[in-house]
Ligand binder design. Sequence first.
Ligand code: NAD
Ligand code: TDX
Length: 339
Amino acid sequence: MKIIVTGGAGFIGSNFVFYMLKKHPDYRIICLDKLTYAGNLSTLKGVLDNENFRFVKADICDRNAVYNLFEEEKPDMVVNFAAESHVDRSIENPEVFLQTNILGTAVLMDACRKYGIKRYHQVSTDEVYGDLPLDRPDLFFTENTPIHTSSPYSSSKAGADLLVLAYHRTYGLPVSISRCSNNYGPYHFPEKLIPLMIANALNDKPLPVYGKGENVRDWLYVEDHCKAIDLIIHNGRVGEVYNIGGHNEMTNIDIVKLICKHLGKPESLITYVADRKGHDMRYAIDPTKIHNELGWLPETMFKDGIKKTIDWYLNNREWWETIISGEYQNYYEKMYGNR
Ligand code: NAD
Ligand code: TDX
């Protein structure tokens, strides 16, 4: 089995590469990644010498490069993680989100049509469903919840999802889609809530909480997400959408306080800053379908996963310190300087 994993030098994609090489030692995994600001080849250093692994630096929007790779490798499956993934950046500059997330997805699927494929899997997000109100804890996103997006990021992901389903209906492309809630774990880029708070707390810097910190996210340990995708690409039904979530809702402020507690840092570092524009209130996934059809359940309890994650950031300071010492400084100043 040969699988092209796009975006495999990013957070979830790299964890998926590690998971697949371990779980299926006879598979060939080809990682195609542009190495944007969010992609990091050093993340993959442990597998670069693995004879079943190949890294290719390319843009999923580059039709020639993508077709050449398909011509050469004749993959059985494609799992598309490549995306611009940060909501705040999408509010500043939507265009690259439309290019990569929508047009890049189309290029990959065109290659699948041209060369033939057993499965094209699109890694999507619960954000395509918009948000839920805080005062209705009985409501959850199911696969039938209408698409109703809030940010340029989520709109671009929703656009891609619609295109994937259209390629299935129009061309019969064997696709599947997973829509996952917020992931956390090793190699999470420090612009995102959990790693940003860990890095700032370790540097005794202010912890910038948007608005009142009462927004709710449904946190899932990244390896549980990887397991779910592995199940879907092998046993999931073609043309179907599967929601993936941890039934683990937490407010942002509770997460930040927990990080302070684990690291022995004072809550006085917490600083409330201007809210995100269009900020989604609550995400909550109903994972009944993937549980009933594929037997998937999250295995990592949040209390264990967050400890593992914090320990990973403590033990891998070089990885994130290198990132936050470069161009990231300019990003941070722009986003948080006058907030
Ligand atoms: P990330 O930003 O950490 O990584 C994205 C990767 O894609 C990087 O390695 C980057 O270099 C690569 N990339 C970006 N543009 C590219 C292009 N044009 N061509 C080739 N490679 C390109 O993102 P992540 O958090 O790992 O998210 C991966 C996927 O999962 C995304 O599609 C995202 O929408 C989705 N998702 C993420 C979460 C989450 O909590 N992080 C939750 C649900 C869904
Ligand atoms: O500095 C911050 N302060 C803060 O209060 C940051 C970076 C975030 N927040 C809040 C905003 C959100 O309510 O924390 C929450 C989580 O924010 P992010 O880590 O930016 O994640 P989110 O916007 O929920 O989106 C994530 O989950 C769904 C991923 O980045 C997406 O790629 C995925 O689709």
